[in-house]
Write a protein that binds this ligand. Sequence first.
Ligand code: G3P
Length: 218
Amino acid sequence: MQFFIDTANLDHIKEAYDLGVLDGVTTNPSLMAKEGITGEANIRAHYKKICDIVDDKVSAEVISTEFDAMLKEGLELAAIDPKIVVKIPMIKDGIKTIKALSDKGIRTNCTLIFSPGQAILAAKAGATYISPFIGRLDDIGFDGMNLIEQIVHIYDNYGFETEILAASVRNPLHLIKCAEVGADVVTCPLSAIIGLLKHPLTDSGLATFLADYAKGNK
Ligand code: G3P
């Protein structure tokens, strides 16, 4: 299972990378805005900074919505760094763009996936990754994890090579459930990765070990 961090915050990306468990980064226009990164040139420079921190797989999202513009923007984003994966929204022109980029050997991540049908279409177009949004489905009373299970089953049926990148993963439980049902990748905030570390019995057990050592080694 691969861990991606879902942020444009350079400190968080560095912290996850230094932990030694980070396989990639996802961003989106909202995450860029949250860090105060605005304007095409600044955003592209920020993608480069992220690429300079991590080993590979940095999703950079297009903001165009029509085929010609999406393709042009996708090619420009891919030219920033070989680590870039072009993130394309699940719309009709997005599917055409994924196919065109995929035919050129450029990796893509189809984002805003909320149904198995969308996942099938993106895989048929040759997407490297699809991003189903678990948390946002949960937010409106649908079971996000059920969607991941359905897509895992469908992709297994046909041997689709598209990887399931579970997104809108907000906490350690989401992450563990994704591992149980077989998502290839999870992308989540640093807090969800760090949350995996925690157990009160680990803390109390370590405190006892250290106290016993101190008693016997005065
Ligand atoms: O990767 C998609 C993610 O950024 C969406 O997360 O928490 O805004 O639903 P969230």
